[in-house]
Ligand binder design. Structure first.
Ligand SMILES: Cc1cc2nc3c(=O)[nH]c(=O)nc-3n(C[C@H](O)[C@H](O)[C@H](O)COP(=O)(O)OP(=O)(O)OC[C@H]3O[C@@H](n4cnc5c(N)ncnc54)[C@H](O)[C@@H]3O)c2cc1C
Length: 479
């Protein structure tokens, strides 16, 4: 009988599962990953890659039209089939051969099927034909099963066959009219993309647009969506949905207003993929998010690692930060901690040690690829105040920076620096404006490095770039 014992077994081969596996393999441990769909996960096929590919062509066109000279050279319209073809290529045509070859080269075993924790250190894999293989882990089992779109309980919604982010990201055609339920990052990005691709978009943003960002971010995105012809209904909530025989969908709002559309996209949040992974076998509740310590070990209700600390959870499934880069950061920390523990080496759990994912709580960078782009890291002013910090907020009009004015005519944007006055360090930073995404990492370094504002004064931004906003913010702060 074949031996299915490995040092580490990872359930889920999304970006996070792949990175945990890679890290432990590099550390000299044997490892298997279990995947029920495509190796590469949500990010590669239905999330980051396809959505950013859909947004990129329209952003490039907008950028060209903002600068006299290049504007005159753009004489045609957006080529929608070409945009969709490029999106298809960036989604690897929904085939995972490339990722599977990579696993092979990295020496990582792949088992296809649904993985479930069976008992201590044992994962049962049920393949498409219903056959089950039992995998045993000598040192650790890592749950990296990710998350799925949440569907609200609105009468008629399920029967109307709404799009989740998956169908939007992989759309074969652009609907004439698209209703979007939600106002968060995914809803705002997809409203931006489909409005630019030609849909008449109506967005029902019950809690506002980008409610977790600095308020000016949502205001700028709302304004530009409206300029692009979308209706953004702030505070609006659907109470019933019905799809007609002719395919049109009717959304009745709580105000009685009825919105008609060809497709509805629901983007109101995520739910963890933990319903059917055998959590009951370790005393946890199926369907719950998993709580972890900073080395990503799963914790029980008493706040201590479960089951002798062999169970880990990284990525979306632990709800710390539902972003690929942050999940991959957790994967590196967890992978290295697993290797250290397997070799009885010390685990570096100091606040910024190699085996902990401390930045999840202090410095999560995020770019929302709307128009304008919103790039943020750390705390918003409101969150910093709620955390009891002695906060000073410094804002600057990005359009007044020479580099930004050169970058595009009529450049509009804003930057905000949130300072902890007691320590004179930055704890939050937000940029809103065209092409600000690449500026974000400087702020992440300033926050993680806790660089004193006095020292930042010596980090001179090049002229004439948009980065000069750093100098303007320091001047406004009073340095
Ligand atoms: C529309 C959209 C756009 C996004 N854009 C960005 C972006 O631009 N940048 C960014 O950083 N983040 C983005 N995200 C978030 C990002 O996609 C996730 O944070 C990331 O995919 C999480 O990785 P993961 O490995 O934890 O989970 P996933 O990518 O969800 O992978 C989990 C894998 O586990 C498998 N699996 C689940 N259960 C089992 C089981 N029981 N047995 C076997 N296999 C199982 C799944 O099939 C899947 O392949 C976006 C999300 C959405 C929805």
């Amino acid at each position: 009988m074949a031996d299915h014992t490995y040092d580490v077994v990872v359930i889920g081969a999304g970006p996070v599962g792949e990175n945990v596996a890679d890290r432990v393999a590099r550390g000299g441990l044997s490892v298997a990953v279990v995947e029920r769909e495509l190796v590469g996960g949500e990010c590669s096929y239905w999330a980051c890659m396809p959505t950013k590919a859909l947004l990129r062509s329209t952003a490039a066109l907008r950028a060209a039209r903002r600068v006299p000279g290049s504007r005159e050279a753009v004489t045609g319209e957006l080529d929608v089939p070409a945009v969709l073809r490029r999106r298809d290529a960036f989604s690897s045509h929904w085939k995972d051969d490339g990722q599977v070859s990579w696993l092979d080269v990295a020496g990582i075993a792949l088992y296809r099927g649904q993985g479930r924790i069976g008992s201590d250190r044992v994962v049962e894999v049920t393949d498409a034909a219903g056959a089950t293989t039992s995998l045993t882990a000598r040192h650790a089992v890592v749950v990296a099963t990710g998350s799925a779109a949440l569907l609200p309980d609105i009468p008629g919604l399920r029967e109307a066959e709404p799009w989740s982010s998956r169908e939007a990201a992989a759309a074969r055609a652009v609907p004439g009219r698209l209703a979007v339920i939600g106002g968060g990052v995914v809803a705002s990005e997809m409203a931006t993309a489909f409005a630019a691709l030609g849909s008449k978009v109506t967005m029902l943003a019950r809690d506002g647009v980008l409610p977790r960002a600095e308020p000016f971010a949502g205001e700028l995105v709302t304004g530009s969506l409206r300029d692009a012809g979308a209706s953004v209904l702030l505070g609006a909530e659907a109470e019933a949905v019905k799809r007609d025989g002719d395919g049109a969908v009717h959304l009745t709002l709580t105000t009685g207003e009825v919105i008609e559309a060809d497709e509805i996209l629901v983007a109101i949040g995520r739910t963890p993929n933990t319903q059917d992974i055998g959590l009951a076998a370790v005393g946890l509740t199926p369907g719950d998010w998993l709580t972890v310590d900073d080395t990503l070990r799963v914790l029980g209700d008493d706040g201590t690692p479960l089951t002798d600390g062999w169970l880990y959870a990284a990525g979306d499934v632990n709800r710390r930060a539902l972003l690929t880069h942050q999940g991959k950061y957790q994967a590196r920390a967890a992978g290295d901690a697993i290797v250290a523990r397997a070799k009885s080496e010390p685990v570096d759990a100091r606040p910024w040690g190699r085996h902990v994912a401390t930045a999840d709580a202090r410095a999560v960078p995020q770019v929302t690829f709307t128009e304008p782009e919103i790039a943020s890291v750390g705390l918003t002013a409101a969150a910093a105040e709620a955390a009891g910090l002695s906060v000073r907020v410094v804002d600057y009009d990005l359009g007044a920076v020479a580099g930004a004015a050169l970058h595009a005519d009529g450049y509009q944007g804003r930057a905000r620096m949130v300072v902890d006055e007691d320590r004179e360090v930055i704890v939050g930073f937000t940029l809103a404006g065209p092409d600000v995404a690449e500026l974000l990492h400087a702020a992440t370094i300033a926050i993680v490095g806790e660089v004193p504002l006095d020292l930042l004064w010596h980090a001179v931004p090049a002229y004439p770039t948009i980065s000069e906003v750093w100098l303007r913010l320091l001047e406004a702060y009073g340095r």
